[in-house]
Design a protein around this ligand. Sequence first.
Ligand code: HEC
Length: 156
Amino acid sequence: MRFMFVAALVLVLAACGQSGSGGSSESGGPSAPTYTDAQNQAAVAALPAPYNTANYDAGRTVFAQCRACHTVANGGANMVGPNLHGVIGRRIGSAPNFNYSPPVKASDFTWDAEHLDRWIANPQAMIPGTRMGFVGVRDATQRRDVIAYLMVESQR
Ligand code: HEC
């Protein structure tokens, strides 16, 4: 009995250890709330499949590539790319005060997980002539993780 308890405790500690630096303090401005690792992973677990099995921390790591050009926090600035807060469920090319490329302006759909998956895999293949100068994330698991991260962070 005692052994099983210790084994379970070790498992829990190992799971916590994977979470890295903790919190998501880089996700927004000075007033942005911070969330614990447990809150972040619980938010992911509440997403629709297959995103509920994603890894929040892995998604945050993939999003580091996007962060060079995008903010995701509510009220975050447009940079090289538009602010991504609320992007899921938003019509393409509709962030306020962002000057999109002509092919993006001419596109007409609402961002959902399927569109994001195609976009992140290869933006130039999905919308030739887009100004998003990003080669894409080829790995499907990394795309699942970063989309789950976006689903959580773009609604906070
Ligand atoms: C080198 C800069 C750069 C990087 C890196 C980058 N983007 Fe972009 N992104 C842009 C630009 C610029 C646009 C606008 C494209 C246009 O108008 O053609 C854009 C547009 C988008 C849009 C459409 C937004 C809307 O309002 O319709 C999404 C979604 C998006 N990017 C997600 C991502 C994600 C997720 C990543 C990381 C995996 C990423 N981007 C990496 C520059 C970048």
